[in-house]
Design a binder for this molecule. Structure first.
Ligand code: BES
Ligand code: ZN
Ligand code: ZN
Length: 471
């Protein structure tokens, strides 16, 4: 599907397409030119409802308001309706305000993952025209929105790829390919190097897998002097069976998505490099598979992490934090960054706390969190803050090691996981760090907003918006 920015000035807002999409609120429905026809069709401008008026060459889409959230969601419905029609060219009227939301609706709402379909569906719809008054003025907003939406689709593709195809070694190859295409530096640490780095926690998680664990480090350096340096760390569990604390079979399904943090971090650095931002970006990924076997790590093990702290393993399904603590420590030694963000499908508890649509944000800096509330508003992603406190911190105490890998009480699990990671953040980086729990937001089994079944690409639009806002 081609998306083109065109001008509508010459033809009095009429777009040279087979059909034009128009958004309609209940208020505006009352005095709509085609009110009679729309009434006959039973259309009442309900959000996410659509009505084709074929003779008039319009597709009318109901919206609660003209806010970007409502437009994005409605565009996602419209694009699905258009794909199942036989039109080959559709048009949208866009302006500075809504162009990003409409592009997200088209690209992300119309996203499909067909890698494993023997016969992908064929569509008549080939061209989408985004018509505006002043093409020159909107050109850069158009290009930016396309880059970010495409990076989100890229992340979704990797998340959706099955663990047989996407395992730590193939993940490293994929990172190398991205590095080649986008002119990034790429360094891969295999198990020998991880041993030299004393990353015993990360290595323990991957020990029962037939795939070697990999630490991936990608770097984007801008041509101009960088305004800031940003380190991104991603949890890359290419499969999480739970290990010996084995997941029940129904919870194991979808655990190919436990690499979504790593996939998001790849999408973010891809977007940053294609947007040519004046920010130096480092992406660190811990790619590991959590399996069972005679050499699996076990509950009761005590592991020595890279920073020297010892961890009592009480649950092998709390593996993400064991990988992240070593990668975070390594990343802080490697790069003196202005910001340090980690992304992880870390806890089911985050979904209990915030619901499955919202990313949980944890950290010490309220002002940095505030920046991300703003980035969320501008990007259409949902975030919620989960507060640390010293009482929850005590739940990580261990009788035989420095800390335990799980909290001793069943409450506040997303926060105790965040507090576990906090143990591995150096004092000088405390206010530079935020932890993003995307356990709920990274994957969906039912469509919502511009998300369709599977990986959502959570984090990519959010961080792209934050990076763009850096002064
Ligand atoms: N990958 C899971 C978290 C998860 C659960 C992500 C559901 C997406 C959907 C993580 O490794 C895990 O299993 N966490 C445990 C922690 C517990 C053992 C303390 C959990 O959430 O149950
Ligand atoms: Zn787990
Ligand atoms: Zn996991």
């Amino acid at each position: 599907m081609n998306i083109k920015l065109t001008s509508n000035s010459s033809k009095n807002n009429k777009i040279n397409a087979d059909i034009t999409v128009s958004f309609l609120t209940k208020d505006k429905l009352k005095d709509h030119k085609q009110k009679k026809l729309l009434d006959l069709a039973g259309f009442n401008a309900e959000q996410d409802s659509t009505c084709f008026l074929h003779e008039k060459e319009i597709l009318v889409c109901g919206v609660d308001s003209l806010s970007n959230d409502d437009i994005r969601s409605s565009t996602s419905i419209a694009i699905k309706a258009l794909k199942s029609s036989n039109y080959s060219c559709a048009g949208f009227n866009v302006d500075e305000e809504n162009i990003q939301a409409i592009i997200e609706g088209i690209v992300l709402g119309g996203y499909e993952f067909n890698k494993y379909k023997s016969e992908p569906k064929k569509y008549t719809l080939k061209n989408i025209y985004l018509a505006c008054k002043d093409v020159k003025k909107l050109q850069s907003a158009f290009e930016e929105a396309i880059i970010i939406a495409d990076a989100t689709s890229f992340t979704r593709d990797i998340v959706n790829t099955i663990p047989e195809d996407l395992n730590p070694p193939t993940f490293a190859e994929l990172a190398k390919d991205l590095a080649k295409e986008n002119d990034l530096k790429c360094e891969i640490l295999g198990e020998d190097k991880l041993k030299k780095q004393k990353m015993e926690a990360m290595l323990a998680v991957g020990r029962a897998s037939r795939h070697d664990s990999k630490l991936i480090h990608l770097t984007y350096k801008p041509k101009k002097k960088a305004k800031k340096v940003v380190t991104l760390v991603g949890k890359g569990l290419t499969y999480d069976s739970g290990g010996l604390s084995l997941k029940p079979s129904t919870s194991m399904v979808t655990m190919k998505m436990d690499k979504a943090g790593a996939c998001a971090v790849l999408g973010m650095i891809k977007a940053a490099s294609e947007l040519k931002l004046d920010i130096e970006v480092h992406a660190f990924i811990g790619a590991v598979e959590n399996m069972i076997g005679g050499d699996a790590y076990k509950p009761d093990d005590v592991l020595k992490t890279r920073n020297g702290k010892t961890v009592e393993v009480r649950n092998t399904d709390a593996e993400g934090r064991l990988v992240l603590c070593d990668v975070l420590d390594y990343a802080q030694d490697k790069v003196q960054a202005d910001y340090l963000f980690d992304f992880a499908t870390l806890t089911g508890a985050c979904m209990v706390a915030l619901g499955q649509y919202t990313t949980g944000i944890m950290g010490h800096s309220n002002s940095l969190k505030h920046n991300f509330f703003e980035a969320a508003n501008n990007s259409g992603e949902l975030v919620g803050s989960l507060p640390f406190n010293k009482h929850l911190k005590k739940l990580l105490k261990s009788e035989i090691a420095d800390i335990s890998n799980v909290g001793s009480k069943p409450y506040g699990g997303a926060i105790t996981a965040g507090l576990y990671l906090d143990n591995f953040i150096k004092d000088e980086n405390k206010d530079k760090w935020l932890h993003f729990d995307i356990a709920g937001s990274a994957y969906t089994e039912a469509p919502w907003d511009c998300n369709v079944y599977g990986g959502t690409g959570a984090g990519v639009r959010l961080v792209s918006s934050f990076l763009k806002s850096i002064k």
